[in-house]
Design a protein around this ligand. Structure first.
Ligand code: PMV
Length: 317
């Protein structure tokens, strides 16, 4: 059996993070400059049914049987076996690599799951459809996030800009939409690792303590996200700058910004970005800045000088 590989991109949330956990819309886009990759190869010399997993980026080399059930890589593998009703899988080796920074809001966990699910199901002769890939990746996301909205697994599986609304665990509105004029985003990493589950948990507690204030914040974010979609579809990406700034202010009010994010957001604006905001769970991780194509390098350099540990220039659409 030949080796089978699959890869999946990173992602950024352009608008609507956190509010999306509470049924408001969000817009996300794939980031193809970073990728997770899974390779599956048969290993007939080993005991039948054994699955050997290597993930050098996280220093993991183990047998599936020795990993805890809630290990995300193990959960993705077992999810595929269960979906395919496979009680006795052939012995195989799975190697997972990724250059997506972990716990940085770029969807590393979901990308690794999607790559594993695609490579393994194809290797087993039953490549799964996008919808199924996304729902299996969502189950693994629960181990990372606790109460994920589902936006990460969705945008990464479809690898297209998506407008996403969570209805419930089983049902989402997922719409890909027309980007009439592509636009350029600079992504900059604070270098601070920030597990999404912590920020999501803090927002949940803060919302419980002050329901009205948080529902209003989420509604304001929803209005911004709707306006964004219209601007993107109608070919006015310049209009996104002020909307990003407003979304960032609301995220700060939710308590998910940090001094490091504020520093990069302010520096991006000073360097001439059309707008800037944190992206993803917040507290650390990445921020994004809207820029013209010609200004992108200049803004990326300004962000590096301001302390960004890594910058990526990406085009949406
Ligand atoms: O995985 P991250 O850090 O991009 O965060 C996901 C965005 C949140 O809205 C904060 C959580 C979620 O599940 O949608």
């Amino acid at each position: 059996m030949p080796a089978i590989s699959a890869s999946a991109p990173g992602k950024i949330i352009l608008f609507g993070e956190h509010a999306v956990v509470y049924g408001r819309p969000a817009i996300a886009a794939p980031v193809s400059q970073v990728q997770a990759k899974a390779i599956v190869v048969a290993d007939p010399r080993r005991t039948p049914g054994s699955v050997h997993i290597q993930a050098p980026n996280i220093d993991l080399e183990a047998e599936l049987a020795d990993l805890p059930q809630d290990d995300p890589l193990a959960a993705a593998v077992v999810g595929v076996f269960t979906a395919l009703d496979l009680t006795r899988p052939p012995s195989l080796k799975l190697r997972v690599t990724s250059n997506i920074p972990v716990a940085a809001g770029l969807g590393s966990g979901a990308a690794v799951s999607v790559a594993i699910i695609r490579a393994l199901s194809a290797f087993l002769g039953h490549p799964l459809a996008n919808e199924h890939v996304s729902s299996l990746a969502y189950e693994v996301e629960k181990l990372h996030h606790g109460t994920p909205s589902g936006i990460d697994n969705t945008v990464i599986t479809y690898a297209l800009p998506v407008y996403f609304v969570r209805i419930d665990a089983q049902d989402n509105i997922i719409e890909t939409f027309n980007v009439s004029r592509p636009f350029t985003i600079v992504i900059a990493d604070t270098g601070i690792s920030s597990p999404t589950a912590i920020a999501v948990g803090d927002v949940r507690r803060a919302r419980e303590a002050d329901l009205n204030r948080f529902e209003n914040l989420f509604n304001e974010v929803a209005a911004i996200t709707q306006a964004t979609r219209k601007a993107i579809e109608n070919g006015h990406p310049d209009a996104l700058g002020p909307l990003m700034d407003e979304n960032h202010d609301l995220l700060r009010e939710m308590g998910v910004s940090s001094p490091e994010l504020e520093n990069l957001v302010n520096n991006a604006r000073t360097a001439g970005a059309l707008g800037a905001k944190l992206s993803g769970g917040g507290r650390g991780g990445n921020m994004i800045a809207l820029t013209t194509r010609v200004d992108a390098n200049h803004i990326a350099h300004a962000l590096q000088s301001a302390g960004a540990t890594r910058t990526i220039i990406t085009k949406v659409g």
